[in-house]
Design a protein around this ligand. Sequence first.
Ligand code: NI
Length: 137
Amino acid sequence: MPKIRFTVSLEKDLLTEFDKKIQVDGYATRSEAIRDLIREGIIKEEWESGSEVIGSITMVYNHHERDVSTDILHLQHDYNDVILSTQHIHVDHDNCLEVIIVRGVVEKITELFHLLKASTGVKQCELTRSTTGKNLD
Ligand code: NI
């Protein structure tokens, strides 16, 4: 898609902070950093609007922990209408990493995420909010 140039005015101190931040984040140009900020804003809006969203839940758990594998399996069957696919990797003797791709109503996905995160034996659980892709180019 063709790019359009526009001018942004902001306070000197704010620009200094912005430049420091984008340098740490590794951006080559302010434009690329601003584009990502806008995209993040659009995705946040999409997730807050309650419409259909897409994303993924990544979690790490110890499968030796009592009942954890069964609990996670039951939850995934209960929420099968928002789960597109699940990938399971046996990281080492004790730990499993599972990535669940989700699509559907925000409330239901958030509910599933919180239930998984709170499950005994789950060491890490992150929700990545993605977008169905509209208007990001
Ligand atoms: Ni495993």
